[in-house]
Design a protein around this ligand. Sequence first.
Ligand code: HEC
Ligand code: HEC
Length: 325
Amino acid sequence: MKVILLFAVPLLLIGCNHKKEDYKTPEKEVVVNDHQEGKKLMETHCYVCHSPNAPEGEGRIAPPLVAIKARYIDNEGYNKEEFIVAVKSFVENPTEDKALMYGAVKRHGVMPKQVFPVGSIEKIADFMFDYQIEEPKWFKAHWEGHGNENWIQSGKKFAENSKPKTIDEIGLEYALSTKKVLGKNLMGAIQKKGTLAALEFCNIKAMPLTDSMATKHNAIIKRVSDKNRNPNNKANTEELKYIAQFKKELAAKKEIKPIILEKGNKIQFYYPIETNTMCLQCHGTQLKPDVQKQILKLYPKDLAVGYSENQVRGIWSVTFVKKKN
Ligand code: HEC
Ligand code: HEC
């Protein structure tokens, strides 16, 4: 059985409040402010699996988004409207029937069904169509090798935001990069050895991997929960308060923004970790007997079960020193 499993579901979008003057506009590059939101949404929700930086071959958990763009726009000939409809229809309910990337389905399994904020997929697809998105170095040669000679990605060039990162962007970057590392490693374990072995992997590796990212970013990065599995991941009073708040916002289908608290020269950052169908194998209501048995053996006081999809499983709690810009 091939399943895609991640430690944490894609994070929800963060606010986009940049003004046009924030961007430098080098010659020949076009910036349309409205599209910045689509880019941000794409990086927040899709890059966890569709990372443009993952190498070709082993270690990838999904094709880069540019491959989807090339397949849909260059091969299938979709215009913008058709492209947006196709991406939206697939993402809202991914099935093997709808999939055009047969090789990717065979290799990674069908994309797991996940819930994204209302309106976000259209914005992402709109951005993907209009602009050149980040493309892995190997992709051009790979795609040309599939009979697409002299291929150049369609779309306008996008001028990068040259403004220093905001505090919420920094916090989110720490959380997302940790999530990527955990997700990729968990995936690898599952694909090579199956769910039970992956469980062992989470048990031994989740903490050290999180800590190694914390060292890299010079921050304290924790995944904590009101219903924790590992006793070290128990939320404190302040964290519990924000878990409750995120639960309310998620239930109200609100756009969830990170919480930023300034404490002296430090920043405390909170952001929800949500469940999707994949997590339920280890955190749901009906675990397989062997999985359940193993969880209770490793965590006799486990509280982290009984979830359904699209719930707050816990939060990222990240502490870092405020940088002077
Ligand atoms: C949890 C991992 C994961 C996340 C997050 C994810 N995808 Fe995917 N996606 C996959 C995998 C794996 C495939 C390849 C298999 C397939 O085509 O179903 C895929 C394939 C696709 C395809 C091609 C479908 C086809 O075969 O024709 C589209 C379109 C797509 N993703 C869009 C998105 C968008 C947009 C986002 C962000 C909103 C996103 N995905 C987030 C895992 C993910
Ligand atoms: C293969 C089984 C497995 C899957 C699948 C899995 N988890 Fe976990 N999860 C664990 C284990 C084991 C731990 C305890 C890790 C540790 O000891 O540090 C854990 C811990 C966590 C924690 C830290 C808080 C706590 O309870 O200790 C969060 C948050 C979390 N998981 C979220 C998720 C989300 C979200 C998903 C789906 C995207 C997911 N997990 C999928 C097994 C799994």
